[in-house]
Design a protein around this ligand. Sequence first.
Ligand code: COA
Length: 332
Amino acid sequence: MYAKFHSIGAFVPSKVLSNADLEKMVDTSDEWILKRTGIKERRIASENEVTSDMATIASKIAIKRAGLEKEDIDLVVCATVTPDYFNMPSTACVISDKLGIKNVQAFDISAACSGFVYALSVAKAFIESGMKKHVLIIGAEKFSSLVDYTDRSTCILFGDGAGSAVISATEDKNEAIIDIHASADGSYADFLVTPAPGAVHPVSQKVIDEGLNFVQMKGNETFKLAVRTLTKDVKEILAKNKIDAKDIPHFVPHQANYRIIKAVGDALKMTEEQVVLTVGKYGNTSAASIPMAINDIYESGRLKKGELMLLDTFGGGLTWASALLPFAGESL
Ligand code: COA
């Protein structure tokens, strides 16, 4: 039995936070943000719109596009670092309930921006082992809930959104996910960290006073390591599977920073047409970034059945992952 990437769906909140808006909030400029990151604007969820709400809408679309009913789903995996609750119930349980999916295994994955590709690897393993047939995988973030909007080094980067995919069993090797590499190195944990709340820093006045509940990032160090690691990782997965970068119509990188994407794309000698870019309009949506980008090319009619995708991602942990797979859903 093989696993295939059966369908995609996504949701973005309607509220736009532009660089001009951020100029009024912190000491920054549209020119600086655009030049250093490629980001023009990002979406921000409203106060009563939470991670599971966005994920539920994206998931309904993905299930419908797979031609399935909610009763067909036998595993729900949600990748997020902005769960509805820290840390019970899992957001996957909340989403399952909102979708009306009963009595199936549901759990979250915490791998920051690499979460969706990690979830893809879990779905592939469950399906190939014969344990599950239709796995709903989700990358969803209300990242604005972790951001200190007085910290210019982080608040310009992140946005909110959700993307979902159904991964299904197939006997046809031609439509199977080809390969996934997923890895981590915890010695770089302090490059990207939200110190509280958690066992190390339970909620306290100190947490509030020192803003330990907000994301902290060593931006420049993370940037350099991301370029190095991703370039090596994508070259390895292509070489291992004897696929030339020029034969990949859709390179779908994690949308963190245009300069990281460009450096990796250039190292692979990719053309502009091959590289999927949504960072300008959505910023970095962490685990949601890759499924939102896949949805973008699907809805614009660029992603056709059978076409190869190369996914690559990098995030807190530190974690990183890449995947090679054909799109096995029906073209729009
Ligand atoms: N507006 C204006 N100036 C800013 C700024 C902002 N929003 N944020 C930082 N600066 C300033 C710094 O204070 C610094 O000033 P100084 O030289 O006077 O000290 C200068 O700009 C350069 O800062 P630096 O952090 O070295 O910039 P950079 O080129 O590395 O760009 C990031 C910063 C965050 C855009 C970039 O490092 C990045 O994208 N890193 C990776 C982030 C990432 O991918 N994270 C998630 C992984 S999933």
